[in-house]
Design a protein around this ligand. Structure first.
Ligand code: GSH
Length: 229
């Protein structure tokens, strides 16, 4: 059984989505970030960087495996059960490229754009830099998803999962999504893929478990899971 420490944030939702997709059991521990991750000792015990998501995988042989960084966790989970990273060489490599683009590029730029918009709105240099980069990354996704249904070109993967939370929260970075936007593509991704019932479960798990009692960032505002697929 795996213990998952997270919150309903763009990075936080990645791990429960992947676990639901894979059908792996887990215990969810909601981390209250209102005073910062550093104020949560059980989180710091797993992640010295005091950020969610973090996990402890409790193995059958008694070992406990702590992990942090959402991209690393997604790769670890995908290694436990097939389904979220294709084995064919090109699609495999492409999954890694799009995953790392999210964790190193799109995510930090969205996050920093949102931070400066809220905390230092007169700082035009920072806002133009981070919002400009956020917009540019979004355009890359739009172009890619206009060309193929999935980011890796072959199948739904941890790369799509990684981007989904951030794209949904584009308003946080002050970005407006166009009609033929990535959010729609990602919504389509989560609605119409072959394994639709798993996707439905994933969103149910998120919305009933993670976002309960929270004012919520921008989680669960755009995507409405369909009862039938
Ligand atoms: N690179 C990290 C970023 C994680 C991150 O920034 N998490 C935020 C929430 S989305 C957090 O824990 N913030 C709390 C804090 O900074 O105190 C990852 O991908 O896991």
């Amino acid at each position: 059984m795996m213990d998952v420490y997270t919150s309903p944030t763009p990075n936080g939702i990645k791990v429960p989505i992947a676990l639901e997709e894979l059908g792996l059991p887990y215990r969810l521990h909601r981390v209250d970030l209102s005073r910062g991750g550093i104020a949560v000792p059980e989180l710091v015990a797993i992640n010295p960087n005091a950020k969610i998501p973090a996990i402890i995988d409790r193995l059958a042989d008694g070992q406990s495996v702590p992990m942090f960084e959402s991209g690393a966790i997604l790769l670890y989970l995908a290694g436990l059960k097939p389904g979220l990273v294709p084995t064919a060489a090109i699609a495999h490599a492409s999954t890694l490229s799009w995953l790392f683009l999210q964790v190193a590029g799109l995510g930090p730029n969205f996050g920093n754009a949102g931070f400066f918009l809220r905390n230092d709105p007169s700082n035009r240099v920072a806002i133009e830099r981070f919002q400009g980069e956020a917009r540019r990354h979004l355009a890359l996704l739009e172009q890619r998803l206009a060309e193929c249904e999935w980011l890796n070109g072959e199948s739904y993967s941890i790369a799509d999962i990684a981007h989904f939370g951030w794209v949904r929260s584009a308003a946080y970075a002050g970005l407006k999504l166009s009609r033929a936007s990535v959010c729609e593509c990602m919504g389509r991704t989560h609605r119409t893929a072959g394994n639709c019932s798993a996707r439905h479960r994933a969103m149910q798990g998120l919305e009933s478990g993670l976002s309960r009692g929270l004012s919520g960032l921008t989680l669960a505002t755009r995507y409405q899971p369909r009862s039938r697929c």
